[in-house]
Design a protein around this ligand. Structure first.
Ligand SMILES: Nc1ncnc2c1ncn2[C@@H]1O[C@H](COP(=O)(O)OP(=O)(O)O)[C@@H](O)[C@H]1O
Ligand SMILES: [Mg+2]
Length: 597
């Protein structure tokens, strides 16, 4: 074998292997160039998903003939003025995209520099260059890429169906468009316009919101919370979805660092961590998060496609993200995604045409209606959850009619010993008392832990629970942690434990069931994992065996106390798995059901 330096055309084709993975990557590079060129409007046209044709037209600063000739040379860039890789403010900096794309396709670049009277164009065909020649074009740049990968048939074979490639390209463009809402973008598939994103005016925050709504519909933004946080020179802003608007895949998670769309494990992990208490592991929130940091804080020179970054202090970034999202979620209180109510209304509609038979109540309906009467106000305190929160000023808690003014309203009925139906000023709510109670217990235990420990109550008669010896041992091995959670468990001979104290906030507890379930859970924990890492499951188990849960009849005072407690509790709108605890139905929607609107 002869040792030799590879010819330029081959080097470029090798680089293309990394930089231009598929048509979407070429689209991304060309649109990034347009953004770096200060374009206010960027139009993209694809044919066959970009396989046969990609055109990107912009109204940016453009290039003169000499710049055109340079732009297609390897490692030629106008973006590293001072040889400093630690202060990159542009999307591009490697000077690789144009020569790489040109090495594996037939590319034409036409450009007219700002203020120049005429345009020039240049072509590269499988790496072969022509000299710049005069062309007709308005101010800006137009890059056309034909027959991508014709020069590298191996890569061509790996491309997917047109529709799939188009989808990837659309996604790449959408991500850039999200980060740059002040610019207009269009995407056409052949003759058909597929995306039309006019420049969003207004301040950056409003503009981002508008851009996200343009891309995903108002559902995305309606079911999301605003994030605004700053720490040590880092700024985080954007939108995060309500837990009840979660999805089966992470396809709606968009993360940006200094205007650059990134896929970063650490960032994704931080988002997951922030939602850990309100979503099941197989559910994924929608998020669009924009992190702005001083250029020197971020190393973008990590990956040829520039989709990965490193942070000088990853812990700081993680803390900022987790803190900001948790804060927003806690503040969302009893809000659930619009789809929750929509789903409920859809189910009602399936029961028959609205208004049908309205004047002829079926036999038995009167009796059923009678059962719907509000139970009389009881004096009892809501057992197991302590005294209800102090009512808001001017709204006495015990006056049924004024309780309607609370966000979760006045309890009117309990259904199936499981659901609380309440009337609110806007309509009605249905609360899953079991799911809600789980959440309340969890939040209370967490708050108590933060404050130094969970108060315990001594059982009058300690309860002995028989388990097998392995389970008893495993349980007692976590004895200290359980004690911190309010549960005092000690070994009691071989294969048994004795429970002496239980968390006071649980009220009356079905001890045996609780201990058996906890033992199962601890067996499933695996070696060395702390209970605190599964706090939410443990709390859910505790809640399950306490006095308030599905299948327990509550009186009006107890129901109202539960509603008031939910209003005062962070994250109360969903259980630990992201299922809603409450469904809101607007009065207008209810009236529609009966054809009154
Ligand atoms: N759309 C465009 N408008 C103006 N200049 C451009 C455009 N696209 C590319 N250029 C010029 O060509 C150079 C090389 O582009 P590229 O190969 O993508 O490398 P990089 O973007 O990393 O600099 C850029 O630095 C820029 O000067
Ligand atoms: Mg570039």
């Amino acid at each position: 074998m002869t040792l030799r330096v590879l010819p330029e055309s081959l080097i470029n084709r090798i680089a293309a292997g990394e930089v231009v993975e598929r048509p979407a990557a070429a689209v991304k590079e060309l649109v990034e160039n347009a953004i770096d060129a200060g374009a206010k409007r960027i139009d993209v046209t694809l044919r066959h998903g970009g396989k046969s044709f990609i055109a990107v037209t912009d109204d940016g600063v453009g290039m003169d003939a000499a710049e055109l000739a340079l732009a297609v040379l390897r490692h030629a860039t106008s973006k590293l003025a001072d040889d400093d890789l630690t202060h990159i403010e542009t999307l591009g900096f490697r000077g690789e995209a144009l020569p790489s794309i040109g090495a594996v396709s037939r590319m034409t670049i036409a450009s007219r520099a700002r203020g120049a009277a005429e345009a020039f164009q240049i072509t590269i065909d499988g790496g072969r260059l022509t000299a710049p020649a005069p062309a007709a074009l308005g101010p800006g740049t137009r890059v056309e890429v034909r027959d991508l990968f014709f020069a590298t048939p191996a890569r061509l074979k790996f491309l997917k169906a047109d529709r799939t490639e188009f989808g990837h390209a659309r996604d790449a463009l959408s991500r850039l468009a999200m980060a740059h809402p002040e610019r207009a973008f269009t995407l056409a598939d052949g003759e058909t316009m597929r995306l039309d994103l006019p420049a969003a005016a207004a301040d950056l925050f409003q503009a981002r919101r508008a851009r996200l709504a343009q891309l995903f519909g108002a559902d995305f933004t309606d079911d999301a919370l605003s994030i605004e946080a700053e720490r040590d020179g880092l700024r985080l802003s954007g939108l995060v979805g309500l837990p009840t608007a979660s999805r089966r895949t992470a396809d709606r998670q968009y993360l940006f660092v200094n205007g650059r769309p990134v896929r970063d494990r650490m960032l994704v992990g931080a988002v997951r961590g922030a939602y850990a208490d309100v979503l099941a592991r197989d559910r994924h929130p929608m998020v669009a998060l924009f992190l702005d940091a001083p250029a020197a804080f971020v190393d973008v020179n990590v990956h040829p496609a520039k989709t990965e970054v490193r942070f000088r202090d990853a812990g700081l970034v993680r803390g900022l993200i987790v803190g900001a999202i948790r804060h927003a979620l806690a503040g969302a209180g009893i809000r659930t995604a619009a789809a929750v109510a929509q789903g409920a209304l859809g189910a009602f509609h399936q029961g028959g045409a609205p208004g049908a038979g309205a004047h002829h109540p079926a036999p038995g309906l009167a009796e059923a209606a009678a059962r719907f009467q509000a139970p009389g106000p009881g004096a009892g305190e809501f057992q197991g959850l302590g005294p209800p929160q102090a009512p808001a000023a001017g709204v006495p808690a015990d006056e049924d009619s004024s309780a309607v003014a609370y966000p979760l309203g006045a309890a009117r009925a309990q259904l199936f010993d499981t659901y609380i139906v309440a009337e609110t000023a806007q309509g009605m709510v249905i609360v899953d008392q079991h799911a809600a109670h789980e959440r309340l217990v969890f939040e209370r235990i967490r708050a108590a832990l933060d404050a130094g420990g969970v108060a315990r109550q001594i059982l009058l008669i300690p309860e002995v629970v028989e388990l097998d010896s392995a389970a008893a041992e495993a349980l007692c091995a976590h004895g200290e942690e359980l004690a911190a959670l309010g549960l005092l468990v000690e070994p009691f001979g071989d294969g048994a434990v004795v429970v002496r104290e239980t968390p006071a906030l649980l009220g009356e507890v079905a001890v045996e069931g609780l201990i058996r379930d906890l033992a199962d859970e601890i067996a499933g924990l695996g070696q060395g994992l702390a209970l605190s890492e599964r706090l939410e499951t443990v709390c859910a188990t505790m809640a399950c065996h306490s006095s308030v849960r599905a299948g327990r009849r509550l009186n009006a005072a107890e129901m109202n106390a539960l509603l008031r407690e939910m209003e005062a509790t962070p994250n109360a709108a969903q259980c630990g798995h992201g299922r809603p605890t409450v469904v809101h139905l607007d009065r207008a929607d209810i009236e529609k059901l009966f054809g009154r609107r």
